[in-house]
Design a protein around this ligand. Sequence first.
Ligand code: DGY
Length: 314
Amino acid sequence: MKKLLITREIAAPVIAQAREMFDVTVHEGGALDGAAAAQALREYDAILPTLGDDFSAPVFDGNLRCGILGNFGVGYNHIDAAAARAAGVTVSNTPDVLTDATADIGLTLILAVARRAGEGERMVRSGAWGGFGPKNLLGTHVTGKSVGIVGMGRIGQAVARRCHYGFGMEVVFFNRSPKAVDFPARQVATLAEVMGADFVVVTTPGGAETTKLIDADALGAMKPSGIFVNISRGEVVDEAALVDALERGAITGAGLDVYENEPQVPARLRALDNCVLLPHLGSATAETRQAMGQMALDNIIAWSRGETPPQAVN
Ligand code: DGY
């Protein structure tokens, strides 16, 4: 039996199926650091890793036993896929199955920030609510406003569809390559143009090409009434520049599901009332997480049969 390491506990039925086919170890104790990842690559035939595990280039040096990293997650910026390929390790991911859940979190954040739901919740829980008031916690309207999507991939399109069909919003988007979509949306040529929308939602993949794409200049192109949402990867945004813009009131608010150094969230950010801060919940529904586990395992099973894993990325 091939040895499979699952680096975090995932849905029980998926682990049970894995145990029928592999000699399975489920790692306890959180994410693998570089040393643990390097050791795992030497000890296991296959690994099912996830976000936070450190599979950067150096861990692939030397003689490896592992032939596949069947990543649990669509984003795999914690894996150096080119270094893996050079070392003979296939990498796969879990696209599509998490698109709707992640887009839903985007809408959750748009609405929560616009309607000051975080502040309202804190007010009620703290006992500070004094009753209905015509001017109590006035937010901003969402219906009919414009949304700018940064990165019109699967998740970007799912957010845009919800905004257009659900809230009658005008959709503009910025994407590296030309992109045709099947709903009304206008592709703009510059990042600055998309940042000028009423709501900006970042859905681009992480990785070297998008690191700090949203910098002080990009944030400077937002209007003071603008609301910024990030559901992609924390490193796509210059977090310090974002905090600065929020503190100065240069933008109205932000909804964040991801952070530059997860799980660290800067104290300055946590101190801001005009932010809704979620703990990387994009794909966190029971149904979606089970589907992600199943897809990651299916890729590993395909590899073990000598087939090309359907969601191979390298
Ligand atoms: C993803 O699938 O990329 C989610 O962000 C969880 O890692």
